[in-house]
Write a protein of this length. Structure first.
Ligand code: GLN
Length: 253
């Protein structure tokens, strides 16, 4: 299982957001405290961020441990953003280890990450795969469950479905195929963060002086962290956070 994090609020440097917190995402790559599956997250990492005046985020991804990348700390020192999604990866056995398998996945203004695993992948996701056009299936970004889940969510977004619905539908569809799937999804369009909780941990906190952080686990031992229960859907903007039950039994197309 990976660890992931999203932030919305006043512009901060990637260093302030990811590296400086005592148990931040950087450290979670070798010393996560709440991860339920796997021990280190050394199979790649990625950061996506939005720059002022541009709706399409930039990404920096590598196929190596975040601590082994000499460029990241230098970039993190000077890149500032008010909307970020980042992840450190522990690749599921049998899934690819290339840079393209590292979250965040992207399309247009969206960024996406998956913390979890789908048992029996790829065969188990037959219903979800059947909902996608063949050309989408042959153009998956990486040979991973995450890439297929993202292809489904993206397909629903392209049909005009709002982000929270696209992620809920993807979880429901995947669970109908593979009931034991672990599906902590995280996505943003730069103004809203949406996360699902199914099988692993998630917490959120209001950022200081404003904004919000949503993360697989708290990035420090300070006050204000809220743990999100399993089978939840979280929607956060810079102004507020709502947590509702995931509609797992909903009819999905
Ligand atoms: N199954 C996904 C992958 O292999 C996510 C892994 C994870 O959450 N550790 O990339």
């Amino acid at each position: 299982m990976c660890r992931h994090l999203a932030y919305l609020g006043p512009a901060v440097t990637l260093h302030e957001l990811l590296v400086e917190p005592e148990h931040g995402l950087y450290r979670q790559s070798w010393e996560p405290r709440r991860q339920r599956h796997g021990t280190v997250n050394a199979d790649g990492f990625g950061v996506g961020w939005y720059a002022p005046g541009d709706l399409v985020p930039a990404r920096y991804r590598r196929d190596r441990p975040i601590w082994g990348d000499p460029n990241l700390l230098d970039l993190a020192r000077v890149i500032r953003s008010g909307a970020v999604l980042a992840a450190v990866r522990s690749g599921t056995e049998g899934m690819g280890f290339a840079e393209a398998a590292a979250a965040p996945f992207a399309s247009g203004r969206w960024l996406f990450s998956h913390n979890g695993a789908v048992p029996g992948w790829p065969g188990s996701l037959h219903g979800l795969a059947a909902a996608l056009p063949p050309e989408t299936l042959t153009r998956l970004e990486a040979p991973t469950d995450s890439a297929l889940l993202w292809a489904h969510a993206r397909h629903r977004l392209a049909a005009g479905v709002p982000l929270p619905v696209a992620l809920s539908e993807t979880v429901a569809k995947a669970l109908a195929d593979a009931p034991g799937a672990r599906l902590n999804l995280l996505a943003t369009d730069g103004t809203t963060i949406v996360a699902t909780v199914r099988g692993d941990t998630l917490s959120w906190r209001r950022a200081t002086p404003a904004g919000v952080v949503v993360a697989s686990e708290p990035t420090d031992d300070g006050p204000g962290w809220h743990d999100v229960p399993d089978d939840s859907l979280l929607v956060a903007t810079a102004d507020g956070v709502t947590v509702t039950s995931l509609a797992l039994t909903a009819e999905v197309s």
